[in-house]
Design a protein around this ligand. Structure first.
Ligand code: FAD
Length: 468
């Protein structure tokens, strides 16, 4: 009997669990899932919090096992009136759906006689011993396992301005409802993307003045809905064909394909890039391409990837990750009435006897009572304490484009020498260097399936993953 450990029980961890239970030989395995009680099933994104934290995609585009399952569950469980499937609803509803999915997995395991244990603890170490791994949690050793899935999810850089331990500094924006603020206080939110918007909307009725502070001054664009699009040109088959014809894929070739995909849907890529309102069709094309963009990234060579990062990375994120229109409208109103301001440039934040001084070269300084870090998701493996331990032991290596080195065909971990580490697969944000577009449920869902169905390595092997 093989024993599996899943470390991290957010969307990705429980997707792996569901896939494992569906395997024909699942009767012969035991599964242990590790996560803290407050994060179990909901992870970081979908935990209980203020109701103004909205999903960035409408109901009909969110799912767990298959398209449409979230909407069906919502209609049966939560909604008292007819449900608009194209509505942007609170993220916590999707969290409740994931809790339901976890209960379903527990029932299924019990029915099939599969041993499923949930350990409500954080894993602090993973120690290779012979052909097994010993898992150590904050409370001590917690068993030996043959195989392990790292589903550690997203993390943030907690201290971009060196303010940790200062009174009035919040190192993360989640959950927003724990942030203490008074009506006459002012707050600076580090960042100007989606999490910063969530915080501003949630705090607006509770404070006097809000500042977004960012280096580049970019704001996300708004999206008012999505339509169902099936990729016609930017397909994995077409990308494979290009690769076979030219021997390599370039960024220019991929943009050409993207332009053709837009044209096939009566849309213009250049208008999409230039205009502040991206339009429903354009955003729907990009949503439909999540898995294909990740695939295309894996076909680029290092030089082309580097070129994309330097030229497009920041802009692409702004284009690709929009804010739901109900919240975009609230933020526009806050800007219009002057309660919200955006300060950008090379900002310096200095703690004062009371509060913080925010200075921007060539502009006046402002004083604020509180500072909240909403600087976004980090792709540095060093920001994950467990991964830091694995790197110290030499069983994990940083990927040059973020996250960890993995074998793209099986998601097995690679060590510093490119050798497959037996028994460990990695899924989600930590695969960003290899998979690029990992901040959406489509790619995570595909990865969970691939991780469960692709082969395992029980001994160290040099890149044996490729093409197997
Ligand atoms: C605020 C926010 C909103 C988002 N909204 C959307 C959306 O609307 N639609 C969408 O498609 N995507 C959204 N995303 C993208 C999102 O990241 C993914 O869709 C998905 O939720 C990520 O799931 P995950 O399980 O990989 O990560 P997470 O949700 O981060 O879960 C990882 C889990 O691992 C646990 N963990 C970490 N380290 C350890 C350890 N050492 N021991 C035990 N457990 C550990 C954590 O406690 C956590 O529960 C959002 C992301 C964020 C951050």
């Amino acid at each position: 009997m093989k024993s599996y450990a899943i470390i991290g029980g957010g969307f990705t961890g429980i997707s792996v669990l569901a896939q494992l239970l569906d395997q024909p030989d699942s009767k012969h395995i035991s599964i242990t899932l590790f996560d803290t009680p407050e994060k179990l099933a909901v992870g970081t994104a979908f935990a209980e919090d203020v109701r103004t934290n909205l999903l960035n995609r409408p109901v009909n585009t969110m799912y767990f096992r298959e398209q449409g399952d979230f909407g069906v569950w919502l209609e049966k469980t939560i909604s008292s009136k007819p449900l608009a499937l194209d509505a942007f609803i609170p993220r916590s509803h999707f969290g409740q759906f994931l809790c339901y999915q976890l209960r379903q997995c527990q029932q299924l395991a019990a029915q099939r006689g599969i041993r499923l244990r949930i350990v409500p603890q954080r894993v602090v170490d993973l120690l290779p011993q012979d052909q097994l791994f010993q898992i150590v949690t904050g409370e001590g050793g917690n068993g030996h396992y043959n195989r392990c899935f790292l589903c550690l999810g997203t993390t943030t850089c907690h201290d971009p301005y060196g303010l940790i331990n200062q009174a009035g500094y919040y190192d993360t924006v989640w959950p927003v409802n724990r942030i203490e603020i008074n009506n006459n206080e002012s707050v600076a939110i580090i960042g100007s993307r989606l999490s910063a918007h969530d915080a501003a909307i949630a705090l607006a009725s509770r404070c006097r003045k809000i500042y977004f502070i960012s280096r580049k001054g970019m704001l996300p664009r708004k999206v008012s809905g999505y339509q169902n699009i099936i990729p016609q040109v930017f397909t994995q088959m077409e990308i494979k064909r290009l690769s076979a014809t030219y021997g390599k894929i370039t960024i220019a070739q991929l943009f050409r394909l993207l332009r053709q995909e837009f044209a096939a849907n009566n849309c213009s890529l250049s208008q999409f890039i230039q205009h502040s309102d991206p339009g429903i069709t354009a955003m729907s094309i990009l949503l439909a391409l999540n898995n294909n963009i990740s695939y295309a990234w894996r076909q680029l060579n290092e030089q082309q990837k580097q070129r994309f990062i330097l030229r497009w990375q920041a802009r692409w994120q702004q284009l690709r990750i929009p804010i739901a229109s109900p919240n975009a409208q609230k933020v526009e109103e806050l800007f219009a009435c002057g309660q919200l301001e955006h300060l950008h440039g090379n900002i310096v934040i200095k703690p004062q006897a009371k509060g913080f001084k925010i200075s921007i070269p060539g502009s006046v300084s402002v004083l604020v009572d509180k500072v909240i870090n909403a600087s976004g998701i980090s792709s540095s493996p060093e920001n994950y304490p467990l991964v830091h331990r694995l790197m110290q032991q030499g069983i994990a290596a940083a990927h040059p484009f973020g996250g960890l080195k993995i074998c793209s065909d099986s998601l097995c971990l690679l060590n510093t020498e490119g050798i497959v580490v037996p028994g460990i697969k990695c899924i989600g944000q930590l695969t960003i260097g290899e998979y690029y577009a990992v901040g959406n449920i489509d790619v995570l869902h595909s990865q969970a399936r691939l991780a469960v169905e692709s082969r395992w390595h029980d001994t160290y092997s040099k890149m044996a993953c490729v093409g197997e």
